[in-house]
Design a protein around this ligand. Structure first.
Ligand code: SF4
Ligand code: SF4
Length: 396
């Protein structure tokens, strides 16, 4: 396979956030100080070198980028203030846009107006759909007590004009399924492209089918626990990230998979599983999000010193989704039907575009790409190991 060289590649990477790359003189301090390098993965210096040489193909297939957790330790050791951590992060944005066949990821990472237009476009569409097909019942104002149940809470599924509670619930439930199907489907096709660029394109690598099965546990293990992140200096960050990740994974499962059991009319006591899981997810998101926001404002940690606009977009939309979800919950509990209806609609108008942008195209997709990259690395390693054991020693 011919190697593509783009002499202007570093300049084009600037759109993805790379800033002080000219300072790097390849001393290797960053690689020496990285707690996550292994024999096979020598980053970030090697990655920076490939980028400076304009080796686009090599970078697109280079899964080393996914072994980095952006702890910032390397940036502290750089004598030229080239900020290798941020360079890695920016090149990863480029790589994610290379995985995405639709081209939207590139637009979202490089043009803020594209991300904002999509976000507001989908959000406004949700508001219009509610206004036309699921408007509030006029009785919400005329006779609000009709929507209050015996426990004093709002019957959330009965507030729409002309629909029974169950019918409304299933409209939202099937809508969630469509959203998950589209966002998940796009993400899966991007992951397949990641496989193509990283492993299938190289005809010299043949992965036996059984290796895909035997290495699968690594995919699950790394997705669930992020053990490499624990090797970085900031152990609390790993814990916060774990609680955060489990929190929004739980919330995703509750709203997409279990909505008929989660969004019920009865206000259940605080110790019921729906509320415990909901509270865990909410606390998990805030426990991580609040220190990250403070850190990005203060710029007191290497990893939070530079903020790309997609970093802020992710934080803001996730924060707004969580706050609007909390408001729905509070308005329900205190028995305010009108406020419950409108906060619910606004919540969905933020949540749906967030999922549609973040899951397949933007920052959130790293949650899937990273364990798949570790899986790909394990597959490659399995092949190399097999070849080594099959080699007959010359002097045997
Ligand atoms: S990024 Fe900094 S530490 Fe790393 S090789 Fe370049 S100059 Fe050295
Ligand atoms: S940010 Fe952390 S994990 Fe990434 S290359 Fe630097 S030291 Fe290694």
């Amino acid at each position: 396979m011919a190697t593509r060289v783009d002499p202007n590649f570093m300049q084009s990477l600037e759109k993805f956030g790379v800033k002080d790359w000219k300072g790097c003189f390849h001393c290797g301090n960053c690689t020496a100080s990285c707690p996550l390098i292994e024999e096979e993965y020598l980053f970030p210096r090697k990655v920076i070198r490939q980028a400076q040489m304009g080796l686009k193909d090599k970078l697109e297939s280079n899964i080393d980028l996914w072994m980095c957790y952006f702890c910032g330790d390397c940036t502290k050791s750089c004598p030229r203030e080239a900020n290798p951590c941020e360079i890695m992060r920016s090149i990863r944005r480029y790589q994610m846009s290379a995985y995405d066949w639709t081209g939207l990821s590139k637009k979202f990472f490089t043009l803020q107006k594209w991300e904002l237009s999509f976000f507001f476009g989908i959000g406004i569409l949700i508001l219009i759909l509610f206004a036309i097909f699921l408007p509030p019942s006029p009785e919400l104002w005329a006779n609000p007590t009709r929507f209050i149940n015996e426990q004093g809470g709002v019957m959330i599924n009965n507030m729409v004009d002309g629909f029974s509670g169950e019918k409304f619930l299933y409209i939202i439930h099937y809508g969630d399924w469509i959203m998950a199907f589209v966002a998940g489907g796009l993400l899966i096709t991007n992951i397949l492209r990641m496989f193509y660029l990283s492993i299938w394109r190289d005809k010299s690598i043949h992965i036996p089918f059984h290796a895909y099965l035997t290495q699968l546990w690594k995919l699950i293990y790394h997705f669930a626990t992020q053990p490499k992140l624990r090797k970085c200096d900031d152990k609390l960050y790993w814990l916060g990230h774990l609680v955060f990740m489990t929190g929004y994974t739980i919330m995703f499962v509750l709203i997409v998979g279990l909505l008929p059991r989660f969004q019920i009319e009865e206000v259940v006591p605080w110790y019921n599983w729906q509320r415990i899981l909901g509270y865990y997810a909410t606390i998990g998101i805030f426990v991580f999000l609040v220190p990250v926001v403070i850190g990005r404002f203060r710029k007191n940690k290497c990893k939070l010193k530079y903020s790309h606009f997609t970093d802020w977009h992710f934080i803001i939309v996730l924060g707004l989704t969580t706050i609007s979800g909390i408001l729905v919950h509070i308005f329900r509990l205190v028995g305010m039907p009108v406020a419950t209806y409108f906060s619910y609609v606004i919540h969905l108008a933020i949540l749906v575009p967030m999922i549609m942008i973040e899951v397949p195209f933007s920052k959130w997709s790293h949650l899937a790409y990273r364990p798949f990259a570790i899986y790909i690395a394990a597959l490659k390693k399995a092949v190399v190991k097999k070849k080594q054991t099959e080699q007959v020693p010359v002097f045997a």
